[in-house]
Design a protein around this ligand. Structure first.
Ligand code: PMP
Length: 435
């Protein structure tokens, strides 16, 4: 049996069986259920730095990093200390607080493209609020998104393309009204002519274009910088707002995220993940002029009971302070590049159909040999390779997010030695998967 367990997994299996009695599918977020890989999900008990330990006592080098927030690894001592000092003074007051100011200042002082921001509690909330803001500013209802970009479980973004090349969407989830989906236009990534055609026809009813500038939820679909610049130019030309969803890329590929990386200034940016240092934080940000549409100054309503609570702000502040350490991003990118190119060299040497797109400290195990920049270039049949690699790696102590469509993250806590260890283990897993 290819998926035989060579590590103890009984306690995780028992806890998952119990969880099935409490939560739909046993989980509180779907991919966690391990449905596209083998075995029960691991129940993690504790983690430190680059490694996590499950309830059966297995230890894994972690490349999921809680799906992106943990850019400094698990239980970072600097973040922990700031959180501990804050938490004993009370966890939430529902009032303005100094920690919020300090995180706001740190971000705005170091991010050249935004002047005001509003903290929320998740990436989804940030995107939902940014869309409402764009609609409020423009007085238009329709939005334009790209196939292969994920923006959280916002109703108007849980849509898929209908038949035809550029269409108004149809709902991709039960519970999302077709009337809502019909306000979302879906285009393929990097089709400049079609974008121009659609904007010429529909710009007067479109509030915004929303894009993941570094699409990282459907594989890692690294885009041509010139296309992102083209989006900017066309949004100006047709007078629609441009939203960069930087929930993954923000503070990850550089302090100024993808906007800084590509030097493209969007009108609104959404943040999540890294911004909260491992706590539930999101934010949306823009110019003062645009953000002044938000209540209590302007007519666009948005609020949150736990928004900018001091504990989450303290964690985010500590995390982003560490990000500003000189050379931090360069070092993460260097380590990630060495890791990815070592795997690619091995694939080439052995003739295995795999390559490793990477940017900053984000990487993806991609199957096939051609560069993949659109979701329709991903062959679902190749996910069988991922499943085997994922299983093999669990047996040898490496944890990847449990889906071949998900990217991996490298943190400041991943040492060069950790990465060399992982390369050796991934090579061995490739030998099994491609045998
Ligand atoms: N936008 C992007 C680009 C994301 O990657 C995600 C989460 N993977 C979201 C939005 C939603 O964020 P959250 O899960 O915090 O709601």
């Amino acid at each position: 049996n290819m998926y035989q367990q060579r590590i103890p997994r009984e306690k995780s299996a028992a806890m998952f069986a119990e969880a099935l009695e409490y939560f739909p599918g046993g989980v509180n977020s779907p991919v966690r259920a391990f449905r596209s890989v083998s075995g029960p999900p691991l129940f993690i008990e504790q983690a430190k730095g680059s490694r996590m330990q499950d309830v059966d006592g297995n230890v894994f080098l972690d490349f999921c990093c809680s799906w992106g927030p943990l850019i400094h690894g698990h239980a970072n001592e600097y973040i922990e200390e700031k959180v501990m000092k804050t938490v004993v003074k009370g966890t939430s007051f529902g009032t303005p607080n100094e920690m919020g100011n300090r995180l706001g200042k740190l971000i705005l002082d170091n991010h050249p493209y935004v002047e005001r921001l509003r903290f929320v509690s998740s990436g989804t909330e940030a995107v939902m609020s940014a869309i409402r803001l764009a609609r409020g500013v423009t007085g238009r209802n329709k939005i334009l998104k790209f196939d292969g970009c994920y923006h959280g479980h916002v109703d108007s973004l849980l849509v898929k393309a209908g038949s035809g090349l550029a269409t108004f969407g149809t709902s991709s989830s039960a519970g999302v009204p077709e009337s809502v989906a019909a306000d979302t236009l879906i285009l393929p990534l990097n089709d400049r002519d079609l974008l121009e055609e659609i904007l010429s026809k529909h710009a007067h009813e479109i509030a915004c274009i929303i894009v993941e500038p570094i699409p990282a939820n459907n594989g890692l679909l690294i885009q041509d910088p010139s296309w992102l610049k083209c989006l900017r130019i066309k949004a100006y030309k047709h007078n629609v707002l441009l939203i960069f969803d930087e929930v993954i890329s923000g503070f990850r590929v550089g302090f100024a995220g993808a906007a800084g990386y590509y030097d493209v200034k969007p009108d609104i940016i959404t943040f999540g993940k890294v911004i909260g240092g491992g706590f539930p934080v999101g934010a949306y940000a823009a110019s003062k002029e645009i953000m002044d549409y938000i209540a209590p100054v302007g007519p666009v309503y948005q609020a949150g009971t736990l928004s900018a609570n001091p504990v989450a702000m303290a964690a985010g502040l500590a995390a982003l302070e560490l990000c500003l350490t000189p050379g931090f991003y360069e070092l993460q990118a260097e380590k990630t590049h060495a890791f990815a190119t070592a795997l690619e060299a091995y694939a080439r040497e052995k003739g295995y159909p795999m390559h490793v797109p990477h940017i900053g400290s984000i990487f993806w195990l991609a199957f096939g040999t051609d560069r993949i920049t659109r979701s329709d270039q991903i062959d679902p049949a190749n996910m069988e390779y991922f499943k085997m690699i994922h299983h093999e790696l669990l047996q040898t102590g490496v944890y990847l997010g449990p889906s071949g469509y998900e990217v991996g993250f490298i943190s400041g806590a991943h040492s060069v030695g950790d990465l060399e260890e992982a390369v050796g283990k991934i090579k061995a897993a490739m030998d099994v998967a491609f045998a």
